[in-house]
Design a protein around this ligand. Structure first.
Ligand SMILES: O=C(O)[C@H]1O[C@H](OP(=O)(O)OP(=O)(O)OC[C@H]2O[C@@H](n3ccc(=O)[nH]c3=O)[C@H](O)[C@@H]2O)[C@H](O)[C@@H](O)[C@@H]1O
Length: 447
């Protein structure tokens, strides 16, 4: 019998090869399933991120502005800055139509004062480019409606955030702005207790970012920006003058505006930026801010909802130097017209530059009780008033502007009393929100 061949070596080899194939297949399978798992995780994370940041209820003031800003920044970075047509829009909007006209970057152009100032500048032939992040501190649909209004007047708003240095530099690369009207801010006195960080982000970090860009620009623009009557804080001298104490802010909002004034000093001192701060006193009017008392009182009175009317702890009336928007716009344009050129260039100072602060108020404080009775009369509805002690929320009991400095330097003279201004506001309100019944006859007939 022939000896059977020794197959033990080939069998071993085959077994070994089979084993290797199995191991490799398992490795490939496990690697691809890992890859698949990671991809799924990534997609899930992107989806979670997208839905979390884009499905926020818009009018809830408790929403963290930070998240909204970050998303807006994220989205805007994807949209802006590419394409010849975008640059063309930027150039077209900011080009003046009158001889020696300004080219103004208006930050917060989708806001209340920003919209009115942009329209006024455009109307007289200046070039206006808006910048706004359309955050949801209050109903963004109102900001979008203002944007539509500006678009009808050929004013383009770049959608982006003040803290986006790249975007700001790009805008200054495209346009040699002569002026910046800086109105973008986290506004509101009481909301600062709910979302303190948003005040730091917009009013301090955002402002610094803007000044950094402006100081590097060539030419450097002149800057006019919105400070606030709230910087007077616990000051007891009356009426408030620019020389009075502003070192006792009653709210974080006021503290960030005061910080802005000090920061303005620094950039003026080091870099030669010409800067003018305007202390606005409770500005109201058509296209106003829904977070302000006159606005939400109107809404609540019409809806039969109770309103809280504050009084001081010693039971005195709380009062404000309510200032009508058209007067404030004249003040802003006056400040722009009298702003001197910045003296620096490309981050270097070449000589002393103008630094100014002005009150823009109405010079006649009115109590909140009186404000409510004017509204009741205009709306023909009785308010359900709850008179309560002013909560400790950053409010001050009283504001009253002395505007002689603004009058001396650019002829600022407010001419609208509260009844006249509120009549115009109510007329706009009922038309904008399509409210017909009960509003006093004649409200739509007057100007
Ligand atoms: O002039 C300013 O510096 C500031 O003016 C307003 O702040 P404020 O004067 O507090 O305006 P509102 O929030 O509209 O309040 C007006 C008055 O109504 C009172 N109020 C407010 C809310 C409320 O429920 N009840 C009430 O009586 C306030 O105490 C205040 O006296 C703006 O909201 C700030 O952004 C701005 O910087």
């Amino acid at each position: 019998m022939a000896p059977s061949p020794d197959t033990s070596k080939t069998t071993k080899l085959e077994r070994y090869n089979t084993y290797i194939r199995k191991v490799n297949t398992t490795k490939i399978l496990s690697a691809s399933s890992k890859l698949l798992f990671r991809l799924t995780l990534l997609v899930a994370l992107i989806l979670i991120f997208f839905f979390t940041f884009n499905n926020q209820p818009v009018s809830d003031p408790t929403i963290s502005n930070h998240r909204v800003l970050t998303t807006s920044h994220f989205l805007s970075s994807a949209f802006y800055g590419s394409g010849a047509s975008w640059e063309k829009e930027v150039r077209r909007s900011s080009t003046p139509r009158r001889l020696n006209g300004f080219s103004v970057l208006v930050t917060g152009a989708g806001g209340f004062v920003g919209t009115h100032c942009s329209l006024a500048l455009k109307k007289r032939g200046d070039g206006v480019l808006g910048l706004d992040n359309f955050n949801s501190y209050y109903d963004p649909s109102l900001k979008r409606a203002r944007q539509t209004l500006l678009k009808q007047h050929e004013i383009f708003i770049v959608e982006g955030d003040l803290n986006d240095g790249e975007l700001l530099s790009k805008l200054f690369d495209i346009v040699p702005f002569t002026h910046v009207l800086h109105l973008a801010a986290q506004a509101g006195v009481r909301y600062a207790m709910q979302n303190p960080q948003s005040y730091v982000r917009s009013n301090i970090a955002g402002f610094v970012n803007l000044l950094e860009t402006a100081k590097n620009a060539d030419p450097q623009p002149s800057i006019v920006w919105a400070s606030s009557s709230s910087v007077y804080g616990l000051n007891t001298e009356n009426p408030f003058s620019e020389s009075h104490r502003t070192d006792q802010p009653a709210s974080l909002y006021a503290a960030t505006k005061k910080a802005g004034e000090e920061i303005a000093h620094t950039y003026n001192h080091i870099y030669g930026l010409a800067i003018t701060g305007l202390r606005f006193f409770t500005v109201y009017g058509p296209w106003g801010r829904p977070d302000m008392a006159y606005f939400f009182f109107t809404k609540d009175i019409l809806n039969g909802k109770p309103i809280n009317v504050y009084q001081t702890h010693d039971e005195k009336e709380v009062a404000r130097d309510f200032t009508y928007i058209d007067d404030v716009v004249k003040g802003c344009l006056g400040a722009l017209d009298t702003a001197e050129k910045s003296t620096g260039k490309g981050g270097k100072k070449r000589g002393p530059a103008q630094l100014r602060i002005y009150n823009l108020g109405n010079t006649s404080p009115v109590s909140v009780g009186k404000l409510v009775s004017i509204l009741e009369n205009l709306l023909s509805v009785r308010a359900k008033k709850h008179i309560i002690k002013m909560p400790r929320n950053g409010d001050v009991p009283y504001t009253h502007a002395n505007v002689s400095l603004a009058y001396r330097d650019f002829g600022y003279k407010p001419t609208t009393d509260l009844s006249t201004g509120l009549r115009k506001f109510v007329k706009w309100y009922v038309s904008y929100y399509g409210i017909k019944p009960r509003v006093k006859k004649g409200i739509n007939d007057s100007n």
